[in-house]
Design a protein around this ligand. Structure first.
Ligand SMILES: Cc1cc2nc3c(=O)[nH]c(=O)nc-3n(C[C@H](O)[C@H](O)[C@H](O)COP(=O)(O)O)c2cc1C
Length: 302
């Protein structure tokens, strides 16, 4: 059965500080060293607002995002896996979702809005993947067996920062060295044999799309422009030596990329519509390539 979900990118007014989102999207980087001091009451209130303004991809999916404070006696290694040895975040979110098709895309989509929102108010964060330990993590946090959790989002004040301005400056510098693929490696015309530079009208949006975080910086997103429609695919080729256990991160990170696209479009006042693709039964006759899964058709209104 073809299950197409039509969504209208009507996010105007629902995301806070939309004007400042593009610098925040472009400059955000993962923060792995935190100050141990607690967040101020004012920032906690802002985080609450950011959480409440998150836009769902599939509104019917049940999303839960408990905020946890790291207690001294808590075994952070048990929770975060090996990263618990090197990261000591004062706070972390435990995001999980219940939904039928593509729940991980929605999870990445929602959590990236939160990550960018936090960055825009001077709070750093880092996703810590847990797909390989999903069953264990469900048990630890009493998450129902049918719900999905792909990554924690750890957060707090970055060590040695002087607030939002310095975060954005550090981020700009860091992005230059963050090993992002060239746009010609991920953007194609008509099929996957014709890489190229995107039209000027899409440049900013795709720059934001590419700034999304991804597990092991795999940057699974691929963009195909065909008949004036933009298709987002993800590369789900398992990275055997880095992610032996599960290649589902491609879906989560398709979601982080999609979140950047829609936050950018909203900030730029560009109207878009999108339609999810059921790749098993889609009849659009889309170009195929091994390991590439088409996720979304994006229609941009001029
Ligand atoms: C789903 C997911 C899981 C991640 N897991 C980890 C992790 O376990 N440890 C870590 O240090 N970074 C992790 N990251 C952060 C990525 O390494 C980071 O996003 C990527 O290298 C790009 O760098 P940037 O976020 O600074 O732009 C993860 C990111 C995502 C989206």
């Amino acid at each position: 059965m073809v299950t197409k979900k039509k969504q209208h990118a009507d996010i105007e007014g629902r995301l806070s500080n939309t004007n400042s989102l593009i610098p925040a999207i472009l400059s955000r980087r993962s923060v792995r060293v935190y100050e141990q001091r607690p967040l101020s009451e004012e920032d906690l209130e802002k985080i609450n607002q950011i959480q409440n303004s998150v836009m769902p991809l599939f509104p019917k999916y049940i999303f839960s995002n408990d905020m946890q404070t790291r207690e001294k006696k808590q075994n952070i290694v048990e929770i975060l896996g090996a990263y618990g040895h090197i990261i000591s975040p004062p706070y972390y979110f435990v995001p999980s979702i219940h939904g039928k098709s593509y729940p991980l895309i929605d999870l990445g989509f929602r959590m990236q809005q939160i990550a960018v929102g936090l960055w825009s108010i001077g709070i750093g964060s880092c996703f810590i993947g847990c797909l390989s330990r999903e069953a264990k993590v469900r048990q630890l946090f009493m998450i129902p067996p049918e719900d999905r959790i792909a990554a924690f989002l750890v957060f707090g004040y970055p060590a040695r920062s002087n607030g939002i301005q310095s975060l954005i400056e550090i981020g700009k510098f860091a992005k230059g060295n963050s090993g992002r693929k060239k746009i010609e490696e991920v953007f194609f015309y008509d099929d996957f044999n014709s890489p190229g530079l995107p039209p000027t009208s899409l440049e900013k949006i795709l720059e934001c799309a590419q700034a999304a975080p991804s597990a092991v910086n795999a940057q699974p997103w691929r963009f195909l422009l065909r008949n004036k429609k933009l298709f987002l695919y993800v590369n789900c080729k398992p990275k055997q030596f880095l992610l032996p256990e599960n290649d589902d991160y491609c879906f989560h990170d398709g979601g982080t990329c999609l979140a950047n696209i829609f936050m950018a479009a909203n900030s730029l006042g560009i109207k878009m519509y999108w339609e999810f693709i059921d790749h098993m039964s889609d009849n659009r006759n889309l170009p195929k390539k091994e390991f590439l899964v088409p996720l979304v058709e994006i229609i941009i209104k001029n």
